[in-house]
Design a protein around this ligand. Structure first.
Ligand code: HEC
Length: 115
C-alpha cells in the first residue's frame, strides 16, 4: 500500500516538472497553430511586426503574463485560445532556438570594425 503512495508522489512530481519545463516539440506545433509566427517569424527571429522570441530571456510565467496582456501592438491571447500549458510549451520551443549571432561571428561586421 505504501509503495503505491510513493509511486503516486513520484508520478505527480514528474508531471509537475514536465509542466514547468514545457514541451518544446509541442510548442513548435502551437507556435505555428496559434499564428505566433505570422508576426514573430518562422524561426521566432523577430520581424518588422514582432519582437525576437528565439532564446528569450523571459521566464515561462513572464511569457504567459505578457501574452495575456501585451503592452503594444500584439493581440492578447485568452486561455481559451492558448492555455498556460500551451504557452509554456511555446516558451520551451522559442527558448531552445538559437539567438542572434554575436558580432564577432559575423565576418563582414568585423571587417568594418577593423578599419
Ligand atoms: C499580430 C502580430 C503578433 C502575433 C500574432 C503575436 N505577436 Fe507577440 N508580439 C507582437 C509585437 C508587435 C510585439 C512587440 C511588443 C508589442 O507591440 O506588444 C510582441 C511581443 C511579444 C513578446 C514580448 C517579447 C519581449 O521580449 O518583450 C512575447 C513573449 C510574445 N510577443 C509572444 C507571442 C506568442 C507566444 C504569440 C503566439 C501565441 C504571439 N506573440 C503572437 C506581435 C504579435
Amino acid at each position: 500500500m505504501k509503495t503505491i503512495w510513493i509511486l503516486a508522489a513520484i508520478l505527480a512530481a514528474a508531471g509537475a516538472l514536465a509542466q514547468s519545463n514545457g514541451n518544446a516539440e509541442n510548442g513548435k506545433r502551437l507556435f505555428l497553430r496559434d499564428g505566433c509566427w505570422e508576426c514573430h517569424g518562422y524561426a521566432a527571429q523577430g520581424s518588422r511586426d514582432g519582437a525576437r522570441l528565439a532564446a528569450t530571456v523571459l521566464s515561462a510565467p513572464a511569457l504567459v503574463r505578457y501574452v495575456r496582456r501585451p503592452s503594444g501592438a500584439m493581440p492578447a491571447y485568452i486561455d481559451k485560445v492558448a492555455s498556460d500549458q500551451d504557452l509554456t510549451d511555446i516558451w520551451a520551443y522559442v527558448k531552445s532556438l538559437p539567438g542572434p549571432k554575436p558580432v564577432k561571428d559575423i565576418p563582414l561586421l568585423n571587417e568594418i570594425k577593423g578599419k
